[in-house]
Design a protein around this ligand. Sequence first.
Ligand code: ZN
Length: 94
Amino acid sequence: MADFQVNRTGDMPPCPRCGEPAALTAHLPLGDGIELFLCLRCDTGNTPAGRLVAILGLPEDQRPQDLFLDFAVAWLRDGAAARGWVQIPGQREP
Ligand SMILES: [Zn+2]
């Protein structure tokens, strides 16, 4: 899990879809590099991103941390898979 970065501090870059500040961003060092943006407005529904947004919508002390990590990894995998990558480097399968 050391080969990618997830950022959620300071001024967040805008979501490329709606322009609102992203809730989370991630950089995956795959190919030319993959930038992922998690957006509270655009990422909804029963998708890895939507499930992560649902957790982020909870008060911080009520977020299930184990699920947050699982959903974050699922979001990263989904983002990589959408660009043709099927596994995140450095991550072992369960
Ligand atoms: Zn958006």
